[in-house]
Design a protein around this ligand. Sequence first.
Ligand code: HDE
Length: 715
Amino acid sequence: MRSKLTLKPAVDYATGSNAKGRQMANYTQVVDSGCPIRSYFGVAQADTDSSLKAGQRGPSLLEDYHFREKISHFDHERIPERVVHARGAAFHGEFVLHTAIPEYTSAAVLNDTSRRTPVFLRFSTVAGSRGSADTVRDVRGFAVRFYTEEGNWDIVGNNIPVFFIQDAIKFPDVIHAVKPEPHNEIPQAQTAHDNAWDFFSLTPETAHMMLWTMSDRAIPRSYAMMNGFGVHSFILVNAEGKRHFVKFHFKPKLGVHSLVWDEALKLAGQDPDFHRRDMYDAIEDGNYAEWEFGVQVVPEEKEHDFDFDLLDATKLIPEDLVPVKYIGTLTLNRNVSEYFPETEQVAFCTQHIVPGIDFSNDPLLQGRNFSYFDTQISRLGGPNFNQIPINMPLCPVFNNQRDAMHRMTINKGGANYWPNRFDAPHPVPPQKGGFLSEPLPVSGTNIRARGEKFSDYLSQAQLFYNSMSDVEKKHMVFAFSFELGKVDDTGIHERIVVRLNEIDHSLAKQVAVNIGQPVPPNTTKNHGKKSAFLSQIDGKAQSFTPKGRKVGILLYDEFDTAPVLALQTALKAAGTMAMIVGPRKGSVTSGATTLPTQFTFETCRSTHFDAIYVAGGTGEAYTRGLNTGRLIHAVREAYMHQKPIAVSGSAVEWLQRIALPGEVSPAISGEGKVEVEKGVVILEGATESPQFAKTLIDLLAKHRVWERDVGHIAA
Ligand code: HDE
């Protein structure tokens, strides 16, 4: 695999088309064999292995500045991890607009189709600490920075379009509740504990988001297969000052797809870096992840036309009511050179907007606009975090702020106040690009309360549940059963069953049975409405493609070369990664053919792949190999996870013998023939077959073989 320390960070982007890359190249140094170790004040060091001592076995000497510098720096290497979204990975890329929207906004980044705007996107989980696993059940952060010519614009979003709470003042409560419990710091990176469900059960506004986090959305297959949502209503302002509410959407070109829960649990141990590695390797291989960027726009005068409040972040605007207009493409195409200075030090802030974009009165957003700047001050050590290269805008920064910790910029000139006699850093009017909040009449009584429609917490929870396919509903039942099964307080169980019963009786009934609660009476008033856009399996917004998928090709020496080589070629052409898994690191050989192995049977499991192909081969050793426990387990496990499975040659007879659960055994029908049953594809003999490859690729594009009944193992 590629994820290893690169000693020579590439700075070829210094001359590339990405303006942010060129800017950061000025702060990037190549570390190579020509670099002597120097102290922080530049003096080359002759020995960094032994400290200076009074005699070979004597005490260390205070004068050893090199020792003190090295140890002291190490002592202070850690900064506070993010209080939420601590675990994440970020990637560089660019945004290209294909459709200008001057009718909605004057923002140049949303009007100038000739620009290539550099972006930096950080994906994250919310609850876990920095060292937790990628595949836990959680919301994923989707924080995008656009380095526009007019300054940085940050959409600090999630992969789920709604949020747990409506008012920022509740944020410390929801986060304290979902994080590990205070007395024993258990459990890490999961909501499967009493405090989280206590809070959910006592806070009705969490109902909608609770369903999303118990759905497959919370266990994505890949960063590249998740949506991004700005969540809040923002405001777009056009050149005439006309305002529209807007929700921002990012739709992945690879479709929205998920792991199954059993797989996610196993991967958390087998490869805690599963998502970041997947994206890192894809970028190194030139398989760039892409999203369509869209806006869902509501004119200001239609603000009250909905039965929900546009200012309530626990509600989405159904696409059935307001379609998303897709206007550009975001591509991730470059890995960071060093994690800490880029990914760890990036400081996203919701209040980073550019002229033409403004905030709505969403009380969650309003609170966030305070919180993000505030948190960076303690996380990054002061208010000068904007001078860290990854946070610097592309345009020059002049203002009258001065001093503070870690000041980098040196200003030449006599004034650090306004007005001043030099007309030095001065405000500019909107006509010259100055940001000015649109004049808006505001009135009201000083009151701690929320909009009336905020109290409808059930309608959209029902809409979401009703819109799920049967498979997705089943997954949700088991997700609730897992989480609540880890809750000990039966009072919480009772309250959650009551809440679920308000949403949907069948859901409440199934969960109640699984957690040992009495089935509640059927008092649900489910409105029965559905959205055509919310399901991952049959939703209208979904796309299905074999691109970005991984197929594990399991084989030994003396494998049948013709079908293996042909499948490799076909997969590559389909944009699918074929990975050879063999008995050893290095390579496998058959006659004159040698193939490098990406994994060995010890270093991976079926969970690393979207489909498994077990090739046939010749000789007794090959048959012995096929009969090892690892191989048999890999195929059975992939089968239970509803993944396509392919076999050819001698592996066909082997597959019939190892008896897959559910007793699938496609008919054997003669040399060169292809048969398929419940997502198991067999190729008789050792010839190449375009039909074999096509059948497997078609299955792969559908993501899973949902019609294969495997009980609830995969849920
Ligand atoms: Fe955040 N959130 N948040 N959040 N959030 C942070 O800022 C906060 C909310 C989101 O990759 C923190 O730099 C408050 C909604 C992402 O670096 C902090 C409220 C959404 C990230 C913070 C919310 C998010 C953060 C912690 C309630 C989706 C990671 C570190 C009003 C739309 C950004 C930091 C990255 C990070 C506060 C609610 C998304 C403490 C007070 C809603 C993706 O400032």
